[in-house]
Ligand binder design. Sequence first.
Ligand code: SF4
Ligand code: SF4
Length: 349
Amino acid sequence: MVVHVSPEEAISPYKALKKAFENFNLEAFKDKTVAIKLHMGERGNRTHLHPSYAAALVKILQEFNCKPFLTDTTTLYIGSRLTGLGYLKTATENGFSPATVGAPIIIADGLYGEETIKIESGEVEVKDASMGRALYEAEGIIVLSHVKGHDLTGFAGAIKNVGMGFASRSFKRYMHKVIEPIIAHPERCVGCGICAKSCPGKAITIVSGKPKIDLEKCIGCKVCTIKCPNQVMEVSEKLVEEFNVRLGECAAVILKALNKKPILYVNVAEKITKHCDCVSEPAKLVAEDSGIYVSEDPVAIDTASFKDVEKNLTKTKNLKEVNDVDPWLHLKTAEKFGIGKTSYTIKTI
Ligand code: SF4
Ligand code: SF4
């Protein structure tokens, strides 16, 4: 079941979540150390999740005698959240601190991404399956996701938050490694250097006025294809599809490794942007707010949020058009591996 709180009813995150949680049995979380997994936004991003949602969850969990903490993993790309300390500084700048949310913040994979744990991949064929240790060791987890578009997945909610967000750097790299940009239209290049300046992997150099990509350094983010004003770089549709299959598979591997713990999903569909919260600049909105969703099923909650976002798009007819990526693929892959269903019942409160 998915419980939906409309935007009108979601003005107070605490009241909205408290009411939504009445539909679920929270006894399993009682007295436990609970990780609230969320993306606290890149430096300069202005559309990430508001800290009041994390504070509301902390308060509710403390009423159940839980010991909550906020957590996320460091990034693969070179940015403000590359290290644990950098992440904590960025989180504070973005309004997340023990003083504002009422709980500690622990970076799940440590100072330099070294605090990870290997996990079994079972019947799913993936490489380097491992995740942030603090997420693995927490006794319960609330996956708090900001619903938005994404240039590689088309849609980002709970499955993206788990599949990429819980993963160690090596597991992230396994997913991203499939994305290899090519210089498809060299004749269009004007040598402006924007691609090199914006490459988060520092993989592009300008040689004799033309870009050169070092695929060893490339982290497969696709940013160069977006930033180049003349569409010189391309990543093939097939590779993007393969990335999405890997993302769904890796989310399944992670959730299967955690299958004995209580996990609840909260999706917040407000300030819905074209790209993800890793973008370090103010972003334009692509849809009206849809409210808050709560579920025990990560695929169902994403499907419900996805469908409402599509109804509320302001400039395009569907989410696929927003980033030219099939937003269903990672969700359907996750469903295929049994971690949730795209069919569900919904209750609006
Ligand atoms: S951003 Fe595009 S046009 Fe500018 S140097 Fe890079 S490839 Fe050439
Ligand atoms: S995909 Fe492009 S922007 Fe991203 S790391 Fe590779 S070369 Fe750099």
